[in-house]
Design a protein around this ligand. Structure first.
Ligand SMILES: NC(=O)c1ccc[n+]([C@@H]2O[C@H](COP(=O)([O-])OP(=O)(O)OC[C@H]3O[C@@H](n4cnc5c(N)ncnc54)[C@H](OP(=O)(O)O)[C@@H]3O)[C@@H](O)[C@H]2O)c1
Length: 174
């Protein structure tokens, strides 16, 4: 607001078809077009206290429902509107932790991090971005995956203080 922008909020659950359709209709009626940033993401493994031989199938389903299917549902509902834009943008918020190269590289700082549902969900989201880019090849819409870096948020409450970035400041806090 202070910088001259206006912001509006709307309730949205990306795992709920009706909620996604309602949000899309609200945007259509109030703005008619948009750029889409798929930011919604969860990492329930970070606070899962249960022991597992490998991983929880329930947490896989929960994680994929938001991080992958939720993003796909948003794209599917909003793409018709994006097509009316002169240069639509779809940004899928991913993570370097989902990179297969980083997971396999012993020299990578991400090599020792093992959160299977979250990492595979973001690898899947990256594949969604690639497939979407190919689908949109002949349009002016671009689709990208980005990683915001390790930021102090509610995503990782256990090791939140170890994150060098904050949401307000993209630099190491004092
Ligand atoms: N923090 C990091 O270090 C980091 C690093 C790399 C990538 N990321 C990615 O950045 C994105 C944002 O995460 P964050 O760090 O800001 O975590 P966060 O503080 O926990 O925020 C997650 C956001 O996702 C929303 N969300 C969760 N489930 C949803 C659903 N079913 N429908 C709609 N919205 C939903 C939450 O809404 P409510 O608040 O209403 O629940 C919240 O706004 C995620 O995709 C995450 O994977 C974060």
């Amino acid at each position: 607001m202070a910088k001259g922008y206006e912001a509006y909020g709307i309730e949205l659950d990306v795992t709920d078809t009706h909620s996604v359709e309602h949000a899309a209709e609200w945007v259509r009626q109030n703005f008619g077009t948009l750029d889409l940033i798929n930011n919604a993401g969860i990492l329930p493994e970070a606070t899962d206290g249960e022991p597992h031989e490998f991983a929880s199938a329930r947490l896989f389903q929960e994680t994929f429902a938001t991080n992958v299917s939720g993003a796909v549902a948003m794209i599917e509902a909003l793409l018709p509107m994006l097509r009316t834009s002169s240069a639509g943008r779809i940004v899928n918020i991913s993570t370097t932790m989902g990179s297969l190269n980083e997971q396999l590289n012993p020299e990578s700082p991400y090599y020792g991090m093992v959160v299977p549902a979250y990492q595979s969900s973001k690898a899947a989201l990256n594949a969604v971005t690639i497939a979407l880019s190919k689908k949109l090849r002949d349009t002016d819409i671009t689709a990208t995956s980005v990683c915001p870096g390790f930021v102090q948020t509610d995503l990782t409450p256990v090791n939140r203080e170890q994150a060098p970035l904050t949401a307000g400041h993209a630099h190491r806090p004092p």
